[in-house]
Design a protein around this ligand. Structure first.
Ligand SMILES: C[S@@+](CC[C@H](N)C(=O)[O-])C[C@H]1O[C@@H](n2cnc3c(N)ncnc32)[C@H](O)[C@@H]1O
Length: 329
């Protein structure tokens, strides 16, 4: 029998349980300190996540957002390879395993799962949290250092989420090349910043050179039409805020938007989106303005008006990151 798909709520509940007994102020201070390290001197030559309290605070703070970003990227991949389910999955620099949760949410059921990271406390906590997700009960949590000596077995799916940023340029290249040599499908997610986008594009170019096709977000596997320095391709995932978020960031909004850049590339036959909505659609009276990345390697603004009938209705429902037009049009 296949395990039921875990939800973001299951993950949230498991994360909330981690903070039981940790004074809220201490958790908020640990997050503040970790965010400062992440903004500061990375790449480092030793793990930033040093002990359980560090990892618990950081996981409770960041995992819901990472989960939603990776989940959105995987949903776009799943649309481009309908019917495919990965038979096994390796999450590199997987930390506490947010991407493994996202994979089990998009493709429920049992598969071999391996999480590789150099931080023992992150792996230990990831294993503990995964106790709440039946599809991860047999996952392997292994210490490994990313670099030219990293060896991977042949695998269906490799995920690399919010990791490239922490690596030297040489380790980044080695990681993408190793993933390309062993995985049939590679999904890379980074922060939705100009620098995150630049790292994604560099990886995208390497994967294409290794014979991969782009499944998402791009409608083609040719050069990205976005001019670096002028703009960057990124998307947004809505994340409900926990009390820890409110404590760290202040304010009372019940949600925040996680910005991310990604590429999903594969050796499988793909049907990429006809075009992709690359900004929040602007709804005006009687018309919707869509910024689209299109298959002829162009970025264009298209206006969909009432005259377009059903397509206009679809445009009013279109969201940033969606394929356009929707599959049923
Ligand atoms: C920002 S966290 C992201 C964790 C997880 N992928 C996620 O999306 O939540 C970056 C992870 O990369 C790991 N990492 C950084 N450099 C590494 C290296 N050289 N070798 C192995 N793991 C590394 C860190 O220990 C950390 O768990």
């Amino acid at each position: 029998m296949t395990a039921p798909a875990p939800s973001a709520e299951t993950l949230r509940a498991a994360l909330a349980a981690l903070l039981d007994g940790l004074p809220p102020k201490q958790a908020a201070q640990a997050v503040d300190r970790l965010m400062a390290s992440y903004r500061g001197t990375t790449p480092t030559d030793a793990p930033i996540l040093r002990d359980r309290a560090d990892v618990a605070a950081y996981a409770a703070y960041r995992m819901p957002a990472t989960f939603e970003a990776v989940h959105a990227a995987l949903e776009a991949l799943a649309e481009a390879v309908p019917g495919w389910t990965p038979a096994d999955h390796i999450d590199i620099g997987g930390g506490t395993g947010a991407a493994t949760w996202a994979v089990t949410a998009v493709w429920p059921g049992d598969r071999a799962v391996t999480v590789l990271d150099w931080s023992d406390p992150a792996l230990a906590l990831g294993r503990e949290i995964a106790g709440a997700n039946p599809a991860l009960k047999d996952a392997h949590w292994k210490r490994a250092r990313i670099g030219k000596d990293l060896a991977l077995p042949a695998t269906d799916l490799v995920t690399v989420s919010y990791v490239l940023n922490e690596l030297t340029p040489a380790d980044r290249t080695a990681l993408v090349d190793t993933a390309a040599a062993s995985a049939r499908t590679v999904v890379i997610v980074e922060a939705g910043t100009p620098a995150g986008y630049a790292r994604v594009i560099e990886a995208r170019d390497r994967l294409i050179a290794a014979g991969f096709g782009v499944a998402a977000p791009c409608p083609h596997s040719a050069a990205c039409p976005i001019v670096p320095g002028e703009d960057w391709c990124h998307f947004s995932a809505r994340v409900s805020r926990s009390s820890l978020h409110r404590q760290v960031k202040g304010g009372s909004l019940p949600y925040e938007d996680e910005k991310f850049s990604y590429v999903a590339a594969t050796r499988l036959p793909v049907t990429p989106a006809p075009a992709r909505v690359i900004r929040r659609p602007q709804i005006r009276k009687g018309q919707v303005l869509l910024d689209l990345c299109e298959p002829d390697e162009q970025v264009a603004r298209r206006t969909v008006t009432k005259r377009h009938g059903d397509l206009y209705k679809a445009a009013r429902d279109a969201a940033w990151g969606d394929a356009w037009p929707p599959a049923d049009h």
